[in-house]
Ligand binder design. Structure first.
Ligand code: R5P
Length: 311
């Protein structure tokens, strides 16, 4: 990837300072050097009783603070995130923006059973009260049309579709794109159009957290193509595994699985590989050995745009 080294975006304004709660130091360095951003220093420590200690070491008074933190494993990250935000406010930060390449708690977007928490809404309300803006990549929007349905702060949703399309055109001849459920059509349509490939959207019924049923349509005319399964998230891996089984039964070639967010709970990565997949490719919104599509450039331009909007 080419990231141009840019001058500070506005000579009259102080550049923001970038902090990161992330294991993806390569991404942090790319962003900070592309935008000439100061990298903030902080200390995080877990006490023996599992409480969190946070210290911001850099001077942040009157500065725009940006925090990069992907929200996989959200329950362990949310409290440190909120403590960081409170502390930054107390120390005089002008604004605090959150970049969460993966935004958690988007899938419980309705009350499926009486009494259930609509956690997407409550999580959005929590983040909206601690941060001044949010940038994310392909949030799981199903029943919500956009993040503004639940977030009250300015939000920017970026899309990995162009980068996935580019990867496909550079690496795969003759693909058949397959979306495992109706939600995936929003991504498949765009990619199929960009790379001029056929696509199929399957029907999925979710039985529970770790069990899904998928119906495959007639694929006999696609036997010469390489099946590419595309989804936004791989979590338990069951959506991919069930689809791989059906493709095998239909005697298609071993598929390539592509996902934006590499959540991979428990042994799902190994289980998908064992199901007979050719390759698993993900974007680096969540750090994982399967990351092959770098989304840093999307964040760089979005931060730049965001910085211009700041007072
Ligand atoms: C759900 O609608 C998403 O688009 C994914 O299909 C889902 O999150 C995958 O979950 P799992 O890997 O647990 O089947």
């Amino acid at each position: 990837m080419h990231l141009e080294i840019l001058k500070p975006w506005n000579e009259n304004k102080m550049n923001p300072i970038l902090f990161a709660f992330t294991d993806n130091q390569t991404m942090v360095k790319k962003i900070s050097s592309a935008l000439n951003l100061e990298l903030g220093s902080m200390t995080i420590h877990t006490f023996p009783d599992r409480e969190t200690y946070i210290k911001i070491n850099s001077e942040i008074k009157n500065k725009e603070v940006i925090l990069l933190c992907s929200l996989n494993e959200p329950n362990t990250k949310i409290l440190p995130l909120l403590l960081f935000s409170e502390n930054a406010h107390d120390l005089g930060a002008k604004n605090i923006g959150l970049i969460a390449p993966y935004l958690a708690y988007m899938r419980q977007d309705t009350r499926f059973q009486p009494g259930e928490a609509i956690s997407s809404k409550y999580f959005a309300s929590l983040l909206s009260s601690y941060f001044d803006w949010l940038i994310t990549i392909d949030p799981h929007l199903h029943r919500y049309k956009s993040l503004t349905d639940i977030y009250t702060i300015p939000t920017t949703s970026l899309h990995a579709m162009d980068l996935i399309s580019k990867w496909l055109s550079e690496n795969i001849d003759n693909p058949l794109l397959i979306g495992p459920d109706s939600e995936s059509e929003q991504w498949l349509k765009i990619i199929a159009d960009k790379i001029q490939a056929p696509y199929l959207i399957l029907k999925k019924i979710r039985i529970n957290d770790e069990k899904v049923e998928i119906q495959l349509t007639d694929v006999t005319s696609f036997k010469q193509r390489i099946p590419i399964l595309i989804d936004d998230i791989i979590s338990s891996g069951e959506t991919m595994i069930e689809t791989i089984k059906l493709l095998k039964q239909a005697q298609l070639a071993p598929p390539i699985c592509i996902a934006i967010h590499a959540i991979f709970s428990n042994n799902s990565y190994q289980n998908i590989l064992a199901a007979g997949v050719k390759k698993i490719i993900t974007c680096n919104t969540v750090s994982h050995p399967s990351n092959q599509i770098d989304i840093s450039e999307l964040l760089v331009s979005a931060i730049q745009t965001q910085a211009h909007k700041l007072p």
